[in-house]
Every structure is written in C-alpha cells, then in structure tokens.
Design a protein. Sequence first.
Length: 132
Amino acid sequence: MLSVFEVHLTEGADGSGILSEEILKETMAQIMTVEDAAAVGFSVVAFVGVALNAHSRQNARRFRDLVRALPEVQEAHVLTGDMDYMLKVVVADLAALSRFINDELLPHDAVRNVRSSIAMETLKDDNRLPFA
C-alpha cells in the first residue's frame, strides 16, 4: 500500500515523476505529527462543543470560516444532538484555553454557547484508517 508521500513521489506535481520542493513541504506539513505535543509547548488538549445561535447556511458558513482561521483547532466535526460542532483544540495551558474560548469563540455572533472538556490523558492518538 502506498502512503500519501509515496503517491506524490510517484505522480509528481506536473506528471513528470519529479517531486517539487513546494509539494514536498505541503505533503510533510499534512502528514507530520508531533509525538509529544507538551514537549513543544502544547500541554492542553480540549474538546469544545459549540452550539450555534441560528441554524442557517449563512451562520454555519460564518462559523466554519472562523474555525478554519484558528490554528488551535486541530479537528472540527459537525454533530447531531444538542451541540452543533465538536472541536479538538490544542493550546499551551489553561489560560490559553480560556483566551481561546472567551476571546475567539464566545464573542462570535454565530455562537450561542460553548462547553469544553479537558483531556487528562491521551490513551490513543492515531489517525490511521482501519484498513484490514
């Protein structure tokens, strides 16, 4: 099975089979993970549920634009149930999480309320697809 990196190497950016430096950098940024986030200054992982003020396409679009612009958000999922979105957020400390929620999320006009849970320990962090 080929990895994303191997596929880019095989196909090349222009079909020539040669991998450009730009494609290499993009690919590495997409697949690179940090094994110990705390070692590089990110010691808090939180899961932040967000409920929107109104359920309209425009409101959802505004919130999605916000989420895409926030580097602290590692993952964002649309949910069923009482919360509309679940965000996986990585920050340096609790003060940074507080700033993120109070300065970025809550003031946004699309957001009705926010609930957060802080991960005490990560048992598994593996984004591999479960191919047999």
